[in-house]
Design a protein around this ligand. Structure first.
Ligand code: HEM
Length: 239
């Protein structure tokens, strides 16, 4: 009886659009694959991976990286031009009044949220920052390491001895490479590699925290937030 009454006072509320759900699950898939391949690249010496094997791993990592970047860039555009909970104001922790929103959440004064709760907004802000660092640093090192777009062509020209023979320049080969210019390119790339690796460690911390936060919120708010990321609907009190 009690259950019947309480289910009567609940309503299904559409919160996550198809675009948001598609972005979320494609992002999960890409990040999972990028971490898995990234871990092998990071430990390639210990695993005895050959040079050709490394080039193949990096190529696969970069190809998945492109899907990840396009998906992330589409989400950025949807944040600016979308509607309702797609907008950045409803997603990130920078909206006006966020501090008092967070205080109310901490004190337990607001029990339910149509979109993200303030803790969720903070987590998503941190994850978007880490993902953006991965995107920018990844695209730079893809150009300097295996000469892949969008910057690979530019870096090939930078390190070439003979710029009419650009085609001869291949990953891990010294043919048509000016040693000094190559070293300058490696120096330029160093901070991007550092950013890529530290942001990767940050993601290894944020991802389990995000999952723990979802489980905690699911148990506390009981508004079906996990299935909402599949079917779009949260279960919220009618009032
Ligand atoms: C969530 C996203 C990403 C994660 C977690 C990730 C993780 C990693 C990790 C752990 C490594 C090994 C680092 C090392 O050995 O020094 C790596 C290397 C690399 N990543 Fe990513 N990555 C991501 C996105 C991207 C993107 C978007 C691109 C480019 C499209 C990219 C391009 C590369 C390249 C070229 C390397 C080889 C660097 C090298 O060791 O020479 N990554 N990544």
């Amino acid at each position: 009886m009690q259950n019947k009454n309480s289910s009567k006072s609940l309503a299904l509320v559409y919160v996550w659009s198809k675009k948001i759900r598609f972005f979320h699950w494609l992002n999960v898939l890409c990040v999972f694959l990028l971490i898995a391949i990234g871990l092998i690249i990071l430990n390639s010496k210990a695993l005895g991976v050959t040079s050709d094997g490394k080039i193949l791993l990096k190529t696969c990592h970069v190809l998945v990286g492109y899907a990840f970047c396009i998906n992330l860039l589409c989400r950025v555009l949807v944040g600016f031009f979308g509607t309702g909970f797609e907008k950045w104001g409803a997603t990130l922790a920078f909206n006006k009044g966020f501090a008092s929103e967070f205080k109310k959440y901490r004190l337990g004064k607001t029990k339910h949220y149509k979109g993200h709760n303030p803790a969720g907004k903070l987590m998503i802000t941190a994850m978007f920052l880490a993902l953006s660092v991965q995107m920018v640093s990844g695209l730079v090192i893809a150009g300097t390491d295996i000469y892949y777009p969008p910057l690979g062509g530019y870096f090939k020209e930078q390190v070439a001895i003979d710029s009419t023979q650009i085609k001869l320049i291949k990953p891990y080969s010294k043919v048509n490479i000016d040693a000094e210019k190559y070293q300058a390119m490696r120096d330029l790339r160093a901070p991007f590699i550092t950013a890529h690796v530290y942001s990767f460690y940050l993601l290894l911390l944020l991802i389990p925290l995000h999952v723990a936060g979802v489980i905690f919120t699911e148990r506390k708010e009981k508004s079906a937030i996990t299935s909402a990321m599949i079917n779009g609907y949260k279960t919220l009190p009618k009032d």
